[in-house]
Design a protein around this ligand. Structure first.
Ligand SMILES: Cc1ncc(C[n+]2csc(CCOP(=O)(O)OP(=O)(O)O)c2C)c(N)n1
Length: 317
């Protein structure tokens, strides 16, 4: 499996464009719930999901639009969910942070910080116990990685040789707390993870190629029952929640660094170097925007759930 930069660019661009248009919807007060944007971290979702198979299961968190779309999700259903529409991913009852789509093996996203970790442990356990094909991948942030349940899960996954990959998206902040306010100078994720007998690999989350190759390597190990953590360091370009550009708590150089390291720019450069023309890329960009806007229009004109649905799908059957 080799990286396909054109496909990767299309997928990353699709996520970026969708997020930007959803931000516009938010600014028009069309989305009444919390929304956490993934802009800047696209290389991680796409790099990891490109190393997966359809039967592999993915779980996400409060910032999971990119994970869902990278796993092959349907933007129409996703925007319907954000707008509380009946044909949304959770029938319009969950919103941005509660997406589920079994058709693409997106097991679900959950906003309680760290909760995705034990859930993914259970999914991986089920795959092993029932001798099913596939691995489980959970995406979590650097803040969630500090939750105690992560360490219980690392321990269990190593003990039971579970096909589990935790992808830690280290965007350097948990809301507005930077790493140095939360961790001692001697904090060492690699030592923590390997201390439990779990493989640890670090990737440049701004670089699709690096994420893809490292994900491919660890997923290969995970398929053999050797759990792993892939830590990808990247920048969150927008505010923690909703599209307010809150620079107050970030260092002066962060904005420049973010733009310089933009993961889309890098793949675009690779395509240009490989012989693609500016015109061909501009056509892809235009086409992508059209597809995204069509999905948003579809969602805007979709119906809200009828009152009778108020008490449906509240409990698992
Ligand atoms: C148990 C719990 N505590 C607090 C919150 C509020 N909260 C939502 S996101 C977040 C920070 C998450 O940081 P990180 O895991 O690094 O992910 P990022 O937002 O940077 O992607 C917090 C504290 C929560 N959702 N759940």
């Amino acid at each position: 499996m080799k990286p396909d930069f054109l496909q990767a660019y299309k997928r990353m661009l699709f996520i970026r464009t969708a997020e930007q248009e959803i931000a516009n919807l938010y600014l028009q007060d069309k989305i009444m719930s919390f929304v956490h944007f993934y802009v800047g971290q696209e290389a991680i979702a796409v790099g990891v999901c490109d190393a997966l198979r359809k039967e592999d299961k993915v779980l996400g968190n409060h910032r999971s639009h990119g994970h869902y779309l990278a796993k092959g999700g349907d933007l129409k259903k996703m925007v319907c969910e954000l707008l509380g529409k009946e044909n949304g991913l959770a029938c319009g009852k969950g919103g941005s942070m509660h997406m589920i789509d079994k058709s693409v093996n997106f097991v679900g996203s959950t906003p309680i910080l760290g909760s995705v970790v034990p859930l993914s442990c259970g999914t991986a356990f089920e795959q092993k116990y029932r001798k099913k094909d596939g691995v489980t991948v959970a995406f979590l942030g650097d803040g969630a990685f500090e939750e105690g349940v992560v360490y219980e899960t690392l321990n269990l996954s190593a003990l039971f040789n579970l096909p589990l990959l935790l992808v830690v998206e280290n965007n350097l902040f948990a809301v507005n707390s930077k790493l140095s306010d939360r961790r001692s100078l001697d904090y060492d994720s690699e030592k923590i993870v390997t201390g439990f007998g779990v493989t640890y690999v670090r990737a440049d989350g701004n670089d699709y190629e690096d994420v893809f190759y490292k994900a491919r390597q660890v997923v290969g190990e995970v398929r053999k029952g050797k759990p792993a953590v892939l830590e990808c360091v990247a920048y969150r370009h927008m505010a923690h929640s909703a599209p307010i550009f809150d620079e107050g708590y970030r260092e002066e150089d962060m904005l420049e660094k973010r733009q310089e390291k933009d993961p889309l720019k890098k793949v675009r450069q690779t395509l240009l170097k490989g012989g693609m023309s500016e015109e061909a890329l501009a056509a892809i960009e235009e086409e992508t925007k059209k597809t995204v806007l069509d999905s948003i229009e579809f969602a805007i004109h979709s119906p809200y759930p009828p009152k009778e649905n108020l008490y449906t799908n509240l409990y698992a059957s």
